[in-house]
Design a protein around this ligand. Structure first.
Ligand SMILES: Cc1ncc(COP(=O)(O)O)c(C=O)c1O
Length: 384
């Protein structure tokens, strides 16, 4: 078999968790073994060490590790006392967890439209959502921008709208820990920031995990209580109604090892994205990253003209190249969320993106020959 044939035969994973596992093998095994030796499986020393390193990494005063990205969002809404009669504004083009936590809190999610080039919440639609909330007799209390696919939202514009309307900003950075914008690194930008360590995320653990970031001492203290059943100074006198929402010590130990190579991995992801964009710019709408932002490329997502997506996905699949569609249905088209209000002006961009986006394989271990194979396959399919 010649070299060319071997390259063509290599299966391409959409996200290669195993490649990183191979690179870190012994370090992770040793880290897990240390936890198995000391047996502090809940809130062991690795959790505190991870919180200190995560906070230092992004420049936030506090990092509070927890059980998932969803719980990270939920805990913040609980800590802020969000509930019935409140409105929380979020983009419609996101993973359902962004709005799920709002409904679980008893508040009403108001879906805002997004920007076609960045996929992130459109500040103008966010302002219209405030008007919508008030017209419905709700109090707009929080806006949850999402840093979709790893790219920071327009945090300056969102913060200004929040300030003008007495709202807080809860950044859903589930896909974007490690990214930065002109206001700073995510984690140090919003009133509170939630991230996810789900294995496929840019910084993922080997199960579920998440973290919350804030500079606010009182909020940090409340979050630490809420993640352990709302415990007070006396462990058996609960001060608040809370959750079981801790990060396991084993997951913290794994994340400490992964954090060591995370900056290198972010650079590698950016190199993949740059090569993709250079190779595809003429044939598809490639993602736009402003000069004042960096993305961690949780996904590399292109936009196609209507009706072209299925044929491209099929052509790539035939050549062993997996694709994914985030998101086939924006929130307001999903059964559980169709009953919630939309921002005045509707969601034309979210609708249009849902029918035109497609994501290509993206991870830090995608080498140049594989990148070239993917670029060539996309170009061939779109030229056909
Ligand atoms: C935008 C967004 N928010 C929240 C979450 C929830 O994170 P987790 O799966 O860790 O609960 C995800 C996970 O995919 C996400 O993509």
């Amino acid at each position: 078999m010649n070299q060319h044939a071997r390259l063509q035969d290599r299966a391409i994973p959409f996200i290669d968790v195993a490649a990183q596992r191979r690179r870190l093998g012994r370090a992770i095994d040793d880290a897990v073994a240390r936890v198995l030796a000391h047996c502090q499986f809940i809130h062991g020393p690795e959790v505190r060490a991870l919180e200190a390193e995560l906070a230092a990494f992004c420049g936030a005063k506090h990092a509070i590790a927890c059980s998932s990205g969803t719980d990270a969002l939920r805990l913040v809404l609980m800590a802020w006392g969000i509930g019935p009669g409140d409105a929380v504004i979020c983009p419609a083009f996101t993973f359902c967890a962004t709005a799920e936590v709002v409904v679980l809190a008893g508040a009403v999610p108001i879906m805002a439209d997004v920007d076609a080039r960045t996929f992130n919440i459109d500040p103008a639609s966010c302002e219209r959502a405030v008007v919508t909330a008030k017209r419905l007799g709700l109090t707009p209390r929080v806006v949850i921008p999402v840093d979709l696919f790893g790219l920071p939202a327009d945090h300056q514009a969102i913060a200004a709208i929040a300030r003008a309307n007495g709202m807080r900003v809860l950044d859903d950075a589930a896909q974007a820990f490690g990214a930065s914008c002109n206001a700073g690194k995510l984690g140090a930008v919003a009133d509170a920031t939630a991230t996810s360590f789900f294995p496929a995320k840019p910084l993922g653990c080997y199960g579920d995990g998440g973290a919350i970031f804030t500079d606010n001492d009182a909020l940090a203290a409340r979050l630490k209580s809420l993640r352990v059943h709302g415990e007070g100074a006396d462990k058996y006198d609960a001060a608040h109604i809370g959750l079981t929402a801790r990060l396991d010590t084993i997951q913290a130990a794994i994340l400490l090892e992964k954090l060591k190579i995370f900056p290198e991995e972010i650079d590698a992801r950016n190199r993949v994205a740059e090569r993709y964009s250079a190779g595809l710019a003429g044939v598809a709408a490639v993602p736009r990253v402003g000069s004042d932002a960096t993305s961690v490329w949780a996904q590399y997502t292109i936009r196609l003209a209507p009706g072209r997506r299925d044929a491209l996905a099929a052509a790539l699949k035939a050549r062993g190249i997996p694709t994914a569609i985030y998101y086939v249905k924006p929130l307001h088209r999903q059964s559980a969320y169709a009953r919630f209000p939309l921002a005045d002006g509707g969601l034309p961009v979210a609708e249009q993106l849902a029918s035109g986006v497609i994501s290509l394989p993206m991870h830090a271990y995608l080498d140049e020959p594989l990148q070239d194979r993917i670029i060539a396959a996309v170009r061939d399919a779109l030229a056909a």
